[in-house]
Design a protein around this ligand. Structure first.
Ligand code: ATP
Length: 584
């Protein structure tokens, strides 16, 4: 089972261990190096005490000095190596989480994506996973090494003077209680801060995704206010988290200073009464000084875990979103493809439980080969037919069969590899023209690409570009015209050599010459492939072999253009008023 699949039902700490498990040995190595650093650090007070003893008894100090220097240098070297290994491992943990989340996001059901904000999902992959870095090093390792060093220091302090140890622990206990009250507040504030980053991401995505519209509408000021508000909210929540973290950190600092002063006072009194000698007091004070680091580490671990578990729960929420069943790599499109038949039987569907039905018992049959056009008023449910065929959604009841087999019986990757889908807004991804064309069939050879470019009338356009197929198309293909984008989308679908071609016709964007050319192409394709077109043009419906007229989520008539003009008043009206362009 993948991390993504197991993480969904686990509490944050178990989820964290899941991400860390593959790196446990390097993490252990880093932790050991840190421990060695801590241990050599612990020897320093003892060596220092020996040095003071030697000095006060007029003994030579060269040996102790050499030992002290060697300890200091090796301590620094091992410390540096340890922190490098730990940082590297923590980055690997972040990498693992990012890979798991990215893979999961690509498999999300479209319905889950409909309900999410892409910007927030992005923040979960980028910003939330980053927090795992600190959780791994500061929390896991900090708790391990800091905890062990703490215990070792306390034991050594007990050996040096149990009375002073008692004084120190009493001060620390008071601080610990205060910090225990602060910790849950850090968690809540961190969660709100990470949520605010998600909201900020979503607002940014909204504006950047439609920057031209924002500018054209002169809405920069309004959008600026909304973005600033999101940024300020993120700031407020982060400051609140910082406030509680600082309170926890400084409580620890205050406790250590109090312990230092108290030990100095009580220890001074004990030296005065002769209970301990001055060297013991100095050694103990050095231990109090050394205690600071593991205590800071343990508190840092607790504080970081609070921020990390807020991020982990946001990651977990993402991994709880419904995903499509995992399948192997999608098969490559076949070289020759038999056209497929398709049938809808009494299909009822709504996009969500709280939304009205879009399909109220849709039934139609499409034989293998030929072109079937879907027409009907806006909102009749035509595009939804395509979404159901692609299994972006599953119907609430009724059956859809592809080549005689119900859709759920098809392995999803295999089903989609048999279908070419051109969406109405003909999305083009940023990258090169070649990336876009080969998106659905990375193995297509140059000859096939050339042939498809010719078919879609893109050959002269591509030929005229200095970089040809390596031309960058810009974000969402903004460097292409609407018609070029649409033809690229059609070429991409054709390169899949589909058994079924779904074409959601654009309501505009093609000039008369290209429109006629494209109609010829689609008619050509329909000779060897099953073609379904959501039609907005008269020229398309007149060249279709059959037309399915949809109205309010139902099929109201099926026939040819000639039959329907005579028999169906709605179709006759659509033909007279709504279809674009004159009959071809
Ligand atoms: N992702 C979605 N979530 C919720 N409702 C949706 C979603 N997509 C479409 N709808 C709704 O479903 C109904 C049918 O939409 P559909 O896109 O299938 O209509 P259409 O016949 O293709 O219309 P058009 O000709 O305008 O493209 C519409 O009322 C629409 O608001």
């Amino acid at each position: 089972m993948s991390i993504a699949e197991t993480a969904a039902v686990q509490p944050p700490w178990r989820q964290l261990l899941g991400y860390v498990r593959p790196h446990r040995w390097t993490l252990l190595a880093g932790a050991l190096l840190s421990l060695v650093t801590g241990a050599t650090g612990l020897l320093l007070p003892l060596v220092a005490r020996g040095l003071i003893d030697d000095l006060s008894h007029d003994r030579p100090i060269t040996g102790a000095l050499v030992l002290l220097s060697a300890l200091v240098v090796s301590n620094a070297a091992v410390g540096a190596l340890g922190s490098y290994v730990l940082r590297r491992t923590a980055e690997s943990v972040v990498l693992g989480a990012r890979k798991a989340l990215s893979s999961y996001l690509l498999r999300l059901r479209i319905a889950a994506v409909d309900r999410s904000e892409p910007g927030d999902l992005m923040a979960r992959i980028t910003s939330d996973t980053t927090l795992l870095r600190e959780v791994t090093t500061d929390s896991l390792v900090g708790l391990g090494t800091g905890g062990l060093t703490l215990v070792a220091t306390v034991v050594l302090m007990g050996v040096v003077d149990p009375v002073l140890l008692g004084v120190t622990l009493a001060v620390i206990l008071v601080a610990g209680t205060v910090i225990g009250v602060i910790v849950p507040r850090i968690n809540r504030a961190s969660r709100r801060a990470q949520d605010a980053v998600g909201v900020m991401g979503a607002s940014l995505e909204r504006v950047l995704g439609a920057l031209r519209t924002v500018k054209a509408a002169g809405a920069e000021d309004r959008e600026e206010k909304a973005l600033h508000a999101a940024a300020e909210d993120s700031w407020r929540q982060s400051v609140s988290a910082a406030k509680w973290s600082a309170a926890a950190g400084n409580t620890a600092g205050l406790a250590m200073q109090t312990a230092f002063i108290t030990v100095l006072a009580v220890g001074g009194a004990r030296v005065a009464t002769g209970a301990i000698d001055i060297a013991t007091l100095v050694a103990f004070l050095l231990y109090v000084f050394y205690l600071m680091s593991p205590i800071q580490q343990v508190i840092g671990a607790v504080v970081q875990y609070q921020a990390g578990s807020a991020a982990l729960s946001r990651i977990q929420e993402t991994l709880l979103l419904p995903a499509e069943p995992a399948s192997g790599p999608a098969p490559l499109p076949a070289a020759t493809a038999e056209p497929a038949s398709l049938a809808f039987t009494d299909v009822r569907f709504r996009y969500a439980d709280d939304l009205p039905y879009v399909h109220h018992g849709v039934t139609f049959d499409v034989p293998a080969r030929g072109m079937t056009a879907f027409v009907g008023p806006s909102g009749a449910g035509k595009t939804t037919v395509f979404s159901l065929i692609e299994r972006f959604y599953d119907p609430d009841s009724g059956t859809i069969t592809f080549d005689g087999r119900p859709l759920p019986d098809w392995e999803l990757g295999r089903l989609r590899s048999a279908i070419g889908y051109v969406e109405q807004d003909a999305p083009v991804l940023s990258g090169t023209l070649r990336d876009n064309l080969l998106l659905g069939n990375a193995e297509a050879d140059d000859d096939t690409v050339r042939r498809v470019l010719k078919t879609t009338r893109l050959d002269t356009f591509v030929g005229g570009l200095p970089d040809g197929l390596d031309t960058l198309v810009g974000h969402r293909g903004t460097k292409l015209s609407g018609g070029e984008r649409q033809r690229v989308a059609i070429a991409r679908a054709l390169l899949r050599n589909p058994r079924l071609l779904l074409l959601d016709e654009a309501t505009s964007q093609l000039d008369a010459v290209n429109e006629a050319a494209l109609r010829d192409t689609v008619t050509d394709v329909a000779r060897t492939t099953t073609v379904l077109v959501v039609a907005h043009r008269l020229s398309t419906v007149t060249s279709a072999d059959r037309i399915v007229v949809m109205e309010a989520g139902q099929v109201r008539a099926v026939g040819t253009h000639r039959e329907l003009v005579a028999a169906d008043p709605l179709y006759a009206e659509l033909a007279a008023t709504q279809f674009l362009a004159a009959a071809g």
